[in-house]
Every structure is written in structure tokens, then in C-alpha cells.
Design a protein around this ligand. Structure first.
Ligand code: DHB
Length: 342
């Protein structure tokens, strides 16, 4: 089975990466990703210029069968210089992408300048995070379309002569007009990939037993992850794959808990996937299991490479009302509405 793929032309041995934020803040964590053959590429923790301790605890709560994960970490990170050094340690093992999340446009430019002016030969690319939902008083850049444009314009003014590919991490969008508007903006800049999606921002998970929120920052609001967000993630991957030219890759992120979820993301057009909540809650062994399941699915379907099915999702055939009434998946809906088969 051929699992190999690429992001912005950078070769990956498998399509599975960590989602930035998970197992990627310290070199000890990064080395686990580097030496695990399931992981095709590494994304470092979104960083600022200086190191940060992040928000007060509790700031993460794991997913359950009936609720998403929720996080409000507040960008705890070791600072850009640390991750530039991490890439020197691990970049010869597999691709390392640095995630950048300055608190201001100027800080984003300063971080990118720092990367460009350093020895960056072991860095495969930069993922500019336009969608961190968790810093009090700092709205998500990517929900302000003028701010996306301004950010990319200023960033590429300083980054244009660099050979390092730059992609962006987007938040979920929920309206086709927004997909189109953001895609039109992105096309005007030399963005090499989009990662869809960051967590669903500012959700609320509560503990009804103790009648409390489950995390402390922002009165309990935080970014949602896990199986509950898969449908939203797939919609974003599918929309951006169709709207963007093929020179811009789409990385799928959101709701992957089993091999079939990886298959679905790639079917919607993902070039690779990132796994967050599952890796955070259940560790690398759960991610390894996903790859094994994904292998079985490809085998059953007689696919030998990701190109055999990537982006090949079809829209289901239209049915007449009678067809729909005979289709068990629609049966109850139609029967209860129309009483065709009393
Ligand atoms: C954090 C969360 C995010 O979703 C993100 O994109 C960046 C940072 C955080 O809380 O640390």
C-alpha cells in the first residue's frame, strides 16, 4: 500500500500529522512524533516570539461519547527560537512545519522574519494560524475578511523571497458565501496550503453534576474538537478543495477517531490530515490503530494509492419521492411525512 503524499510539494511517508497544539510543545513530545512511523509530518505548537505559560487551569477537557473536547490553552509555547532549534533536531527525520500565532500582525511578521533570517534548512514550511480562539480580547483573524487580506499582504511583503512554503490554518466556516469569499482572498496571495479546520471556537461544555463549566478560562468557553466536529470539518475541506486552484493543497483536520474518518477527509479532497483530540486523549497508539484501519479500508476498496480516491466524492443521485420511500435510510422521514406506506 502506498500511503505517501505531499504538502506544498514536500514529501510525506503517510498522510497523518498531529494537529498543531497536540504533542508538539516540547522537544520530548516532538521526538515521539518524529520517531513514530505512523506520523508523516509534524506541526509544532503555535508560537509567539517569547515563551508563554498560557491560560490558567483547568484548560482542557477530553472528549466523551456524547460531548466534544474543549480547550482554552491560551498559547502556552516555548517561543519561536525554541521551535527553530526543534526543526534542526527532527527535520532530518521527517518534515517539520512551524506553526506561527503572533498576538498581533507585527508579531506574526517578526516571527516569520526570524524564521527567514535563521538557518531554516531543516524547516519544511510555515503554518500561519489565523484562527486561535483562546486569547482573551483577541478575536480570530480569519473571521475578519479584511484582516485576512491585510495579514497575508504584509506577511508576503517580507516573506516573498523565501523558499519556505507558507500555509494558513483556518477556522470553520458555516456559509457557502464565506467559503467563496475566503477562497477568493486566499487566491490573491502565494499561500501553498490551507488547513481546515481549527477547533469550533467558543463552545461550552458543562458538568451538570457539579453545575460548573469544565474549563476555567473565558468563563468556560473554548475550542471544540473530536468526533462531534467531523461533519463541519469535511464541509470545509470539500468546499475549499473545490474553490481553490490545485497549487493550494487542503489539509483536513477535525473529528478523526478511526480509519474511515481519514478516508472521508481524503475523499473530500484532503492532501493529508491532522489529528488533534484523539491523539491528545488516547495517545499515539490510537493514531496507529487509525492507520491500520485505513489500510484495511483501502485494501477492501482495492485502492493502492491516495490518488485513486482523493477528491472523488460524488453527490448522491437524485431520487423521486417513491424511490426515497423505498430507501431504508430515508424511509422513516418520508413515511412519517407523507404516509405513503401506511
Ligand atoms: C490555542 C488554541 C488554538 O485552537 C489555536 O489555534 C492556537 C492556540 C491555544 O489555546 O493555545
Amino acid at each position: 500500500m502506498q500511503f505517501n503524499t505531499s504538502i506544498a510539494g514536500i514529501a510525506l511517508a503517510t498522510p497523518i500529522c498531529n494537529a498543531s497544539g497536540v504533542m508538539c510543545t516540547t522537544d520530548e513530545q516532538l521526538s515521539q512524533l518524529a520517531f513514530d512511523p505512523t506520523i508523516g509530518g509534524i506541526f509544532t505548537k503555535s508560537c509567539t516570539i517569547e515563551k508563554r505559560v498560557g491560560n490558567p487551569y483547568p484548560r482542557y477537557f477530553a472528549a466523551t461519547a456524547s460531548s466534544p473536547s474543549i480547550n482554552s490553552m491560551g498559547l502556552p509555547n516555548a517561543g519561536i527560537d525554541y521551535y527553530i532549534e526543534s526543526a534542526k533536531r527532527f527535520g532530518h527525520i521527517k518534515p517539520v512545519f512551524l506553526s506561527v500565532a503572533g498576538l498581533t500582525l507585527q508579531e506574526n511578521m517578526d516571527i516569520i522574519k526570524r524564521i527567514d533570517e535563521n538557518d531554516n534548512s531543516m524547516i519544511s514550511g510555515i503554518e500561519l494560524n489565523l484562527s486561535c480562539p483562546n486569547v482573551p480580547g483577541k478575536p480570530q483573524i480569519a473571521y475578519d475578511f479584511d484582516a485576512i487580506d491585510e495579514t497575508l499582504r504584509r506577511v508576503f511583503e517580507i516573506h516573498h523571497s523565501s523558499k519556505l512554503p507558507l500555509g494558513v490554518k483556518l477556522p470553520p466556516y458555516f456559509d457557502p458565501i464565506h467559503f467563496e469569499h475566503v477562497a477568493d482572498l486566499l487566491k490573491q496571495h502565494p499561500v501553498k496550503w490551507v488547513t481546515c479546520i481549527n477547533s469550533v471556537g467558543n463552545g461550552l461544555v458543562i458538568d451538570p453534576i457539579h453545575e460548573t463549566t469544565v474549563i476555567f478560562p473565558k468563563s468556560g468557553l473554548g475550542g471544540l474538537g473530536g468526533a462531534a466536529i467531523k461533519a463541519t470539518a469535511l464541509a470545509n475541506v470539500y468546499a475549499f478543495r473545490r474553490l481553490l486552484p490545485f497549487g493550494i493543497d487542503v489539509i483536513g483536520c477535525g473529528g478523526i477517531t478511526r480509519g474511515m474518518d481519514i478516508f472521508e477527509h481524503i475523499l473530500c479532497g484532503a492532501q493529508a490530515v491532522q489529528i488533534g483530540t484523539l491523539m491528545q486523549d488516547q495517545g499515539l497508539s490510537a493514531v496507529q490503530k487509525c492507520l491500520t484501519e485505513f489500510n484495511h479500508i483501502m485494501t477492501l476498496k482495492k485502492y493502492t494509492s491516495l490518488d485513486d480516491f482523493r477528491g472523488k466524492l460524488n453527490v448522491v443521485e437524485q431520487q423521486t419521492e417513491i424511490d426515497a420511500a423505498r430507501d431504508p435510510s430515508c424511509y422513516f422521514e418520508v413515511r412519517s411525512r407523507k404516509n405513503i406506506f401506511p
